[in-house]
Design a protein around this ligand. Structure first.
Ligand code: TMP
Length: 228
């Protein structure tokens, strides 16, 4: 079964695994759903790499700390885009491609759609340039299936502020951008989902955790016929 195109070497045949990403605005619950899918796949006997962006490998996790904490204006938009892209190059090269080559599953909490939504629609950077840059950086690698968890930005921000305060995490740089920014990001994700309907599944993030997890599992079984 063909699951992904990878690197400069062209098409790669992946025997058993699959590449799935979760996307959505801040506080949409995508991290929880990524974890539940990883657990479900493991229960069914699959080998799974659970990862996230920015991050996923040592180098990219260092970049994550620079990118997601501190004040919104601490770096220029161009610097932000290039660091997000650098983090993705290493993530793909060091973790994702080797895992897919070995027939493992990769479940990623965010991937390239986040760059298009946040830096593109959110920051207003040119879409054609972003597409070219991503193609140059990761050679057209895209997940086979992407779940978009949709939530009103006000509710998303409320949820993530609540979560951050209980966990004492300081990854709030994008949350501090405010509602107008989050609205552009959300609208961007919806546009991306409409552009690639066979890859995206749009999910109402106000549903219960269990209900969403069931929808996710059904979609995974539909798309990857080897999953029971
Ligand atoms: P999260 O892991 O809690 O979702 O936080 C990561 C933040 O980084 C989130 O606010 C979205 C942002 N981000 C981008 O702006 N561009 C990207 O390409 C990625 C992967 C994340």
């Amino acid at each position: 079964m063909m699951l992904a195109e990878a690197g400069q070497g062209g098409i790669m045949t992946v025997p058993k695994g699959g590449f799935v990403s979760f996307e959505g605005g801040d506080g949409s619950g995508k991290s929880t759903q990524a974890l539940l899918l990883v657990q479900r796949l493991k229960q069914s006997g699959h080998r799974v790499v659970h990862t996230r962006e920015p991050g996923g490998c040592w180098f990219s996790e260092q970049l994550r700390q620079l990118l997601v904490s501190g004040a919104p204006e601490k770096i220029n938009d161009k610097t932000e885009l290039l660091l997000m892209t650098a983090a993705r190059i290493e993530h793909v090269r060091q973790l994702i491609e080797p895992a897919l080559r070995q027939g493992q599953w990769v479940v990623s909490d965010r991937f390239l759609d986040s760059t298009l939504a946040y830096q593109g629609f959110g920051r207003g950077m040119d879409r054609c340039f972003l597409d070219l840059l991503q193609q140059w950086a990761i050679g057209g690698l895209v997940p086979r299936l992407t779940f978009l968890l949709l939530l009103e930005p006000e509710e998303g921000l409320r949820r993530s502020i609540e979560k951050r305060s209980s966990e004492q995490v300081r990854e709030t740089r994008f949350e501090q951008e405010g509602i107008a920014f989050q609205r552009r990001v959300n609208a961007g994700f919806v546009t991306l989902a409409k552009e690639s309907p066979s890859r995206f599944r749009v999910i109402d993030a106000t549903d219960s955790r269990e209900h969403i997890a069931r929808k996710v599992w059904v979609a995974v079984q539909e798309v990857f016929s080897h999953v029971e």
